[in-house]
Design a protein around this ligand. Structure first.
Ligand SMILES: Nc1ncnc2c1ncn2[C@@H]1O[C@H](COP(=O)(O)OP(=O)(O)OP(=O)(O)O)[C@@H](O)[C@H]1O
Length: 261
């Protein structure tokens, strides 16, 4: 088996007296698409915050491509190839759709301010490449018709697509999606399933997806695995069919979400 792209080893975090994540151990292989589900407050987003080191683990380790990243800064982790979207969308609302992606591409500047100022041939070439790449990303998430639109004016579902384009701008090998279908209706969910499947197939990223819409998780993780988190600990891991028939998962989570799409 190849080296896991991401390994969490007994990952634990305490907030004051509360253990929000408790000894979580998991391995994600390169190119895998896995789900992370569980009740509200189970610790799912906290696991993403630990992976990107926006909060520090109390104990345990996080290995990315076999090396510990527990002490790396969040921007270094992003440059190494881990990108994420947020449950509460984080865009520059007054900027255009194009500018939002352009800015994400410039987060990894490849020329100096001086070069940009005197517009060296190298800086001009990189500018052109950036433009081309921004349009490719916007095309991938079907936002090419909205390039001049202010991000704030996009409907919610399209803002989530824009967030995905921004996350992809970092050229990740692991993409963390935090509730990409939040607030979407059934048709929007079906479009999102197609989009995530297309991104996964075309880009070959490993993807971990937190999601409460069970149809989205079960569909996208068919053929792979779903982890269920409850009270900070892994309650179960298995295929969508195994998870859906697991009595502990039904009791802790799925029972209450039977009719939630
Ligand atoms: N920075 C923090 N400081 C203190 N407590 C926190 C912090 N972040 C999260 N928590 C607590 O940790 C627990 C897990 O929260 P988390 O947001 O990870 O849950 P979740 O599974 O993502 O929930 P949801 O499905 O509602 O988004 C909750 O009790 C939450 O209040």
């Amino acid at each position: 088996m190849s080296t896991a792209i991401l390994s969490l080893r007994d990952l634990t975090v305490d907030f004051g007296g509360v253990r929000a994540v408790n000894q979580v151990t998991l391995d994600i292989q390169p190119g895998e698409l896995v789900g992370l589900i569980g009740p509200n407050g189970a610790g799912k987003t906290t696991v993403f915050n630990l992976i990107t080191n926006s909060i520090q683990a109390t104990s345990g380790d996080i290995l990315f491509q076999g090396k510990s990243i527990r002490n790396k800064m969040p921007d270094a982790i992003c440059r190494m190839g881990i990108s994420r979207t947020f449950q509460n969308i984080r865009l520059f609302p007054q900027m255009s759709v194009y500018e939002n992606v352009e800015l994400a591409l410039h987060n990894a500047p490849r020329y100096s301010i001086l070069e940009a100022f005197v517009r060296t041939p190298r800086a001009s070439r990189i500018e052109k490449e950036t433009r081309q790449r921004a349009f490719e990303l916007l095309e991938m998430v079907s936002l090419k018709d909205y390039v001049h639109e202010k991000a704030a004016n996009l409907p919610y579902g399209l803002q989530r697509r824009l967030e995905m384009a921004r996350a992809m701008a970092a050229n990740p090998s692991l993409l963390l999606l935090d509730e990409p279908a939040a607030g979407m209706n059934e048709d929007e969910c079906n479009d999102l399933i197609k989009l995530i499947r297309q991104i996964h197939t075309q880009m070959g990223y490993a993807i971990i997806m937190i999601e409460h819409h069970m149809n989205v998780v079960m569909d996208l993780c068919a053929g792979s695995r779903i982890y269920v988190l409850n009270l900070g600990s892994i309650l179960a891991v298995g295929s969508p069919a195994e998870i859906q028939s697991n009595p502990d998962v039904i009791k802790a989570y799925l029972g209450e979400r039977r009719n939630v799409r």
